[in-house]
Design a protein around this ligand. Structure first.
Ligand code: 5GP
Ligand code: ZN
Length: 148
């Protein structure tokens, strides 16, 4: 896609600090370096978000994430953990609309990454959880998910 910044990085029209590349994916340092080693993994095929993947593309991209995550971890003995983040849609903090996975190494509780999940476990009844479960299950067919 011509006006996509990540497609331009794939084409080397915009330079990047690439740590891994093959025919399906590219992994390069995020310009913002939320923590040192913050890496983006992107498919070479332009898809905007997770909802545009099919299983073949998912297999190609997801299968390589553990290898890249492990390489980042062993590259620096100070890395204690890693958050893998994938934002989908503007509401979910996506700002570049070419799908990407953030691999964010964690160094300590005081490092420069923040993420928190609110615990609403006391707010939902079993009936409400049953209803939510049923709505999702109904969209999952024999081939795992309809339309994929
Ligand atoms: P999002 O908010 O869409 O999940 O993340 C987009 C990420 O792309 C941001 O973390 C941002 O720093 C990164 N980014 C945006 N433009 C560039 C660029 O030109 N080069 C690199 N390496 N990263 C970029
Ligand atoms: Zn693109």
């Amino acid at each position: 896609m011509t006006d996509c910044i990540f497609c331009k990085i794939i084409a080397n029209d915009i330079p990047s600090f690439t740590v891994y590349e093959d025919e399906d994916i590219k992994a390069f340092l995020d310009i913002s370096q939320t923590t040192p080693g913050h890496t983006l993994v992107i498919p070479k095929k332009h898809v905007a978000n997770i909802f545009e993947y099919d299983q073949a593309l998912a297999s190609k991209v997801f299968a390589k994430i553990p290898m890249i995550a492990s390489a980042i971890k062993v590259s620096n003995p100070d890395i204690q953990g890693m958050n893998i983040v994938n934002n989908n849609g503007e509401l979910a903090y996506q700002s570049v609309f070419h799908s990407h996975f953030h691999l964010i190494p964690r160094y300590s509780t005081k490092d420069t990454f923040k993420m928190s999940f609110k615990d609403n476990s006391k707010k939902y009844t079993s009936e409400q959880l049953e209803s939510i479960m049923t709505s999702i299950k109904n969209e999952i067919g024999e081939n795992n998910v309809k339309n994929i």
